[in-house]
Design a protein around this ligand. Structure first.
Ligand SMILES: *[C@@H]1O[C@H](CO)[C@@H](O)[C@H](O)[C@H]1NC(C)=O
Ligand SMILES: *[C@@H]1O[C@H](CO)[C@@H](O)[C@H](O)[C@H]1NC(C)=O
Ligand SMILES: *[C@@H]1O[C@H](CO)[C@@H](O)[C@H](O)[C@H]1NC(C)=O
Ligand SMILES: *[C@@H]1O[C@H](CO)[C@@H](O)[C@H](O)[C@H]1NC(C)=O
Ligand SMILES: *[C@@H]1O[C@H](CO)[C@@H](O)[C@H](O)[C@H]1NC(C)=O
Ligand SMILES: *[C@@H]1O[C@H](CO)[C@@H](O)[C@H](O)[C@H]1NC(C)=O
Length: 458
């Protein structure tokens, strides 16, 4: 996946009208949990979520002299950025966020923490079939591409016209340029919403004669699921103009192949007293009937007494705004109505396994012989491929159109698909060892096209 500095708020219109509804009364957090939390944490801004957007926001706020606290569910900052460190060799392998578009904000952010970046177009990766260049980041390892249907391990003849991909990407860039405003925020959407943006992505690409680019958008846009049925808006917000340019001119990645370094340094900058890890909001009161007249959040956190009360000048929400993520929040009926319209989300899981025993110079791209554009049938691995920099270690990147698959089923499915390739290649089927596994669920929250059209009329 590619997300760099991701989108902050996705829908915000109803949240603004909510404040004017004075008739709602909420029990004060302090009343309900009196005496159960330690010292109150008072900050100008409480940032909910310690992924790329939360950390970037918190750092920028601190730079501007604001006091902040970041509340993060996991035991580390960085969200979808996760780096596996091979214990034997010390080689880092980024299994989440791999590359960044060369946006000014990205350059400034890495530069602030003296984390060096490399331009992927100027790195000398190995020649496919040759051993990995150990001085370039693991994800740039080049393999010989073959095409396999991972439903049965059979090899598939590809009918794509490679020469058409470049012109189709250029054509896609030209159409996307007309809608560049969606990269800032959805509030810039005009009314009526252009037909192009709400039509299913497959229809959009057919309409503009750009279907030759679909397989590459599918690969680069990992996590978008089957993508042909998704409203175009979501697809071209994720795989955007910057990606078309970066595919040509290079992305940026951490020079030593360790994107997590950015978040370790950012964490030191913010300071441990301003970061609550393994913490979740269990109750919220944002409606000014608190003793201090400030918003209050009650946080369940492992340190100290197990609970902390945050007193916040403002709250910045950077987590996916699903109703389950917001359980315990004092949502107004309007907010509830808006957030419940995220009826769709895709699934994306990543990891590494060891002990596959296949030929490490050959990657098996997942495709299907007879589906539209030969896209694979999800849920499935995107490919069976070795990392190259460490012996017999293999990528796991699995996508689904829903966010509901349990982790154990995802892992079992990944192993089954690897085993099908093993059997088809005449190699002994193994039970590979999991080195690391990460869920990025829920990925790509989306509303139905009809909802997108209606909301924008307000
Ligand atoms: C490996 O990559 C480094 C950095 O890009 C480059 O200087 C070196 O020449 C490469 N080695 C080989 C054998 O290609
Ligand atoms: C793929 O193409 C080759 C050469 O055209 C042909 O011999 C082979 O049978 C095809 N394989 C499949 C699975 O269609
Ligand atoms: C559609 O694109 C293909 C190249 O991908 C081109 O050969 C063809 O002429 C185009 N058709 C139209 C109607 O523009
Ligand atoms: C990366 O290198 C390419 C040339 O190979 C250049 O066109 C591009 O501007 C460079 N990107 C950055 C961010 O420096
Ligand atoms: C990569 O970053 C992680 C997290 O900051 C750190 O623990 C690890 O030592 C780094 N590894 C290398 C090889 O730089
Ligand atoms: C791996 O595959 C490559 C490309 O087909 C081949 O040249 C090489 O001999 C294979 N290696 C082994 C160990 O079979």
């Amino acid at each position: 996946m590619l997300s760099a500095i991701p989108v902050l708020a996705v829908l915000g219109c109803a949240a603004q009208t909510a404040a004017s509804k004075a008739s709602y009364r909420y029990a004060s957090v302090t009343d309900n949990y009196k005496g159960q939390y330690g010292e109150v944490v008072e900050r100008d801004v409480c940032v909910i979520g310690g992924g790329a957007s939360g950390v970037h926001a918190a750092v920028s706020l601190k730079d501007k002299g604001k006091t902040v606290v970041v509340v993060e569910r996991l035991n580390r900052l960085g969200g979808n950025t996760l780096t596996y460190l091979d214990p034997a060799t010390g080689i880092p392998i980024d299994i989440g966020v791999v590359v960044f578009q060369p946006l000014p904000a990205v350059l400034r952010f890495f530069d602030k923490f003296k984390v060096p970046l490399a331009n992927t177009s100027t790195l000398t990766a190995n020649v496919p079939g040759q051993p990995a260049n150990l001085s370039v980041p693991a994800p740039l390892y080049q393999t010989i591409q073959t095409y396999t249907d991972l439903r049965d391990g059979s090899s598939v003849n590809i009918t794509r016209d490679d020469l058409a991909i470049g012109p189709a990407l250029a054509g896609l860039a030209a159409v996307m340029a007309k809608y560049a405003y969606i990269l800032d925020d959805f509030q810039a959407l005009p009314h009526p919403v252009p037909e192009d943006l709400v039509m299913p992505f497959g229809d959009f690409m057919t309409k503009h004669n750009l279907t030759a680019a679909i397989p590459i958008v599918f690969q680069i846009g990992q996590g978008l699921g089957s993508l042909l049925q998704l409203p175009t808006l979501y697809v071209i917000k994720y795989f955007n103009l910057g990606d078309v340019t970066a595919l040509r001119e290079g992305y940026l990645t951490q020079a030593q192949g360790n994107n997590s370094l950015l978040y370790t340094r950012a964490a030191s900058y913010l300071g441990p007293s301003n970061i609550l890890l393994e913490s979740t909001i269990i109750s919220a009161n944002r409606h000014s009937n608190t003793p201090s007249n400030r918003a209050e959040l009650l946080v369940f956190t492992p340190s100290g007494s197990g609970m902390r009360l945050l007193s916040c000048g403002q709250i910045l929400l950077t987590i996916p705004p699903t109703l389950s993520n917001l359980a315990g929040w004092d949502l107004t009926p309007d907010e509830h109505a808006v957030f419940s319209q995220f009826t769709g989300a895709t699934g994306y899981w990543t990891g590494l396994v060891r002990g596959v025993g296949l030929n490490q110079t050959v990657a098996h791209q997942n495709v299907a012989a007879t589906t539209p554009f030969q896209l694979p049938v999800l849920p499935a691995l995107y490919q069976v491929a070795a990392v190259g920099v460490v012996e017999d270690v293999w990528w796991v990147k699995l996508g689904a159109d829903t966010a509901t698959l349990p982790d154990e089923q995802v892992k079992a499915r990944a192993v089954r698909e690897i085993q099908r390739v093993q059997v088809a290649q005449g190699v002994e089927a193994t039970e590979p060892e999991w080195l690391v596994f990460d869920s990025h669920v829920p990925f790509m929250l989306h509303a139905r096209p009809k909802v997108t059209l209606t909301r924008s009329k307000q």
